[in-house]
Design a protein around this ligand. Structure first.
Ligand SMILES: Cc1ncc(C[n+]2csc(CCOP(=O)(O)OP(=O)(O)O)c2C)c(N)n1
Ligand SMILES: [Mg+2]
Length: 362
């Protein structure tokens, strides 16, 4: 008998849970600029997340999927993706969308149930959020196919959860990305839970990254709470894609520190001990300690950053809250390029009924 194939999955981490270097650090970390920006951006996301949940609790926002614990992934991808690359996001990527130029008010209006938030011109060729699990992986493969056919040097980035990797759509997307050497970077935000289903019963394989092997693409695990490790893996994967060398699957190990959404109560299915342990690994404190050790962080600076980001967020919130209500026909307007006859009629009826004196009993 001979071995016809052998593979390995690497796990990369540069900073310990307490922010100490575990191995020699890349050169760029010798300068504060980028790391300080990452820190500040993560602080902004955390503040924003809190504010949005508060709005939801007071009836000013729809059901919201928190990104508490995923800040490092959002910030690093937002920094490394070029405007020419294409983002095919899922519902926990609104931080990333924001760093790619989506105005805060637009992003908030999406979560407030307003379709205008999904069709902002600022999104360029980026896709709107996918809520149906794993469908975005196929869309990403489709976009990457177009890019490949046109001979462009652009990368497509798509993100999904750990649960999504069990879906056929995800595996089909990996398969075609391997077959056609597509310029895609698949990121798994492995936050350990798919609503109430823990990672341990999601899949029998010890890593999710190894699903790449069956598709013939590169796969690796990275500490998703470590901005330096993420930076190194994502930089390499984007370069590989843009150079036409094919796809990469990165399993970023993180933790969903929040409920699944504002419609969920995670205390019903997971233990306080587990949550407490996860808070010890979260990305912001870890980077803060690292910055502090280099004398790039202090209390005064922190207060100034907190104030600065809170002003940015407040401006976004104000414009969101002042948006005029969306016209009633928006209920129908964003699904089809050309409306089918039956919907045209319904649309007219909706408009008629919304007018003062319009009938509500048709
Ligand atoms: C096709 C489909 N099936 C089921 C759902 C309901 N659903 C919404 S989120 C979710 C869990 C997803 O978990 P995971 O992929 O780990 O992503 P996370 O929310 O943890 O980031 C499910 C099953 C859905 N949105 N789409
Ligand atoms: Mg998950």
């Amino acid at each position: 008998m001979e071995t016809v194939y052998q593979a390995q999955i690497s796990y990369s981490q540069f900073l310990s849970e307490t922010g100490k270097p575990l191995q020699p650090l890349p050169d760029w970390t010798g300068e504060p600029d980028k790391l300080v920006r990452y820190y500040r951006n993560m602080v902004q996301l955390r503040q924003l997340d809190n504010k949005i949940i508060a709005l939801q609790r007071t009836g000013q926002m729809g059901t919201y999927a928190s990104l508490l614990g995923a800040e490092a992934i959002e910030v690093v991808l937002g920094d490394l993706m070029l405007s020419d690359d294409v983002l095919v996001p899922y519902y926990r990527n609104h931080g990333l969308q924001m760093f790619r130029g989506l105005p805060l008010a637009d992003m908030l209006s999406y979560w407030g149930g307003d379709e205008r938030g999904s069709s902002s011109p600022a999104m360029g060729e980026d896709f709107p959020n996918a809520v149906p699990i794993a469908t975005q992986a196929l869309h990403a493969a489709g976009v990457a196919t177009a890019i490949k056919i046109r001979g462009e040097k652009r990368a497509v980035v798509t993100v999904c959860g750990d649960g999504a990797t069990s879906k056929g759509d995800f595996l089909e997307a990996l398969n075609v990305a391997g077959t056609w050497q597509l310029p895609v970077v698949f990121i798994i935000n492995n936050n350990q839970w798919a609503i109430s289903v823990p990672r341990s019963i999601q899949c029998g394989a010890p890593t999710l990254a190894q699903k790449a092997i069956g598709a013939g693409i590169r796969g690796e695990q990275v500490d998703g709470n470590d901005v330096i490790a993420l930076h190194e893996s994502v930089t390499d994967a984007l370069k590989h894609a843009r150079e036409g060398k094919g796809a990469t699957l990165i399993e970023a190990i993180s933790y969903r520190l929040s409920d699944h959404t504002t419609a969920d109560d995670a205390t019903r299915y997971r233990s306080n001990e587990e949550l407490k342990a996860a808070w010890e690994r979260e990305p912001i404190k870890r980077l803060q300690t690292f910055l502090h050790d280099r004398e790039w962080w202090d209390e005064v600076q922190e207060t100034a950053w907190q104030k600065e980001v809170s002003q940015i967020i407040q401006q976004g919130l104000d414009s969101y809250l002042q948006l005029p209500p969306q016209p009633v026909e928006h209920l129908i307007d964003f699904l089809y390029a050309e409306l089918p006859e039956a919907l045209k009629e319904q649309r007219e009826r909706l408009i008629r009924n919304a007018q003062p004196g319009g009938s509500h009993h048709e």
